[in-house]
Design a protein around this ligand. Sequence first.
Ligand code: UDP
Ligand code: GAL
Ligand code: MN
Length: 253
Amino acid sequence: MFDPQFFDQKHIQENSTVALTVFAVGRYLDAYLTTFLTSAEQHFMLGLPVTYYVFTDLPDRVPNISLAPQRHLKVVPVVKHSRWQDVSMMRMKTISDTIESELRHHFRYVFCFDVDQEFKGRFGSEALGDSVALLHAHFYKSQERKFTYDRNPKSKAFIATGDFYYHAAIFGGTWANVKHLADACYLNIMLDKQSNVEALWHDESHLNKYFLIHKPSRLLSPEYCWDLSIGHEPDIRIIRLKWAPKHYEKLRT
Ligand code: UDP
Ligand code: GAL
Ligand code: MN
């Protein structure tokens, strides 16, 4: 569906640079980070300068991964919010702050990832774009009324009628667009807190509201974040990244 060399050449000529943000807080670090990073070194944006920004409350436990040339890793200490919902939602604030203080000066693109996933195939420069969203593997074929949007009119994430259901495990774009997205989602998360409501799927609900209004310019296939438990699906030709097993009872606090 695309010529990988076309995109690679274009982005090498344009000197594209990519920052990947990933949070590994609490028990998620030992459970997922090594697999995430080592598999990213095999498949993520090979040939382009990439810097991983690992946000964690356990900086000493970040594994020492050997990185290819032009690839770097920075560890950024963060506080651990006591509720897992806040660990997830407050990423938006940290992403925005880090773009403002650092990423905007060094990278054209910012890609934000959940840590509970493993790269399995090429996840390359074809995925870069001004504003990039991912179709959620469970909903890319379902009807709008099945989407798990937030349906509480008191929440800023409320959607009455939408079009797509996006997965918050991956989003990206130019640093300016990702900052705009993170600021909008964080503001709405905080307004919800003032109203004593929490959106059904936390940051993902707010992300869906954002992309409903500000359409992404590039839409990634669920090939880019596939749940193997769905089983055989002829639409999915290449699994580029897969969900890692979830162990909520053991990992969340
Ligand atoms: N996360 C973390 N520690 C936690 C909870 C969440 O590091 O205690 C981060 C981690 O990057 C994780 C993301 O927040 O992938 C979103 O949480 P999770 O993957 O559990 O949500 P799900 O994808 O299951 O909705
Ligand atoms: C689940 C997924 C959650 C969230 C939810 C939305 O399958 O594990 O992270 O995306 O779908 O309905
Ligand atoms: Mn996840």
